[in-house]
Design a protein around this ligand. Structure first.
Ligand code: HEC
Length: 159
């Protein structure tokens, strides 16, 4: 019985050692990755996808129809309405979970609001419609509250 265990153990050792040395040679020589075509393809596809993503991100802007809606929201919100909103409180309640109190927390890839360069129209559009992992606040916040919070970011959060 004991020799059986020793046998198992040594088999494990041999397999362990050989897979380790495979790993090392994979790391050193990319050529050996071709030995496993599936993994080779996968990694090359992954690399391709990663390269494409930022390029896509750069050309992506706020869609024109969203910008149009944002302009309407901005035009409809009166100065009195905006002044009545506790924008700081709303920001803390609805935005700080991801963006942090200073705007730079970055949970879930949330953009750093302290360095944001978006126009007020673009900000309103993004808060209203959401984007990526950011929740749309349409319905959660009133239109003029979205304007007030966007203005609060421009005035108080941006450096
Ligand atoms: C669930 C997390 C989350 C919450 C809550 C959240 N955001 Fe965001 N926010 C994000 C993410 C993620 C991005 C980046 C989206 C992207 O570009 O794909 C972002 C981006 C932004 C941007 C764009 C910044 C730029 O320069 O591109 C603004 C403006 C913004 N958020 C404002 C707000 C406001 C105002 C609130 C509260 C009403 C809020 N966010 C709440 C996650 C969140």
């Amino acid at each position: 019985m004991r020799s059986f265990f020793i046998l198992c153990f040594s088999i494990l050792l041999i397999f362990g050692a050989s897979s380790c040395s495979d790993d090392k040679s994979n790391g050193k020589k990319p050529r050996s990755a071709k030995a496993d075509p599936a993994s080779y393809n996968r990694t090359s596809q992954d690399a391709g996808a990663k390269e494409e993503a930022p390029a896509e991100e750069e050309v992506r802007t706020v869609p024109p129809e969203q910008l149009k809606k944002a302009k309407e929201i901005l035009a409809a919100a009166t100065a009195d309405q905006i002044a009545e909103v506790d924008a700081k409180g709303k920001y803390k309640m609805f935005c700080a979970a991801c963006h942090g109190f200073d705007g730079a927390l970055g949970v879930n890839g949330a953009k750093d609001l302290s360095v944001s360069k978006l126009s007020i129209e673009e900000s309103v559009a993004q808060v209203y419609f959401g984007k990526g992992l950011m929740t749309p606040f349409k319905g959660l916040l009133k239109d003029h509250e979205i304007v007030a919070v966007s203005k609060y970011i421009e005035k108080e959060i941006r450096k």
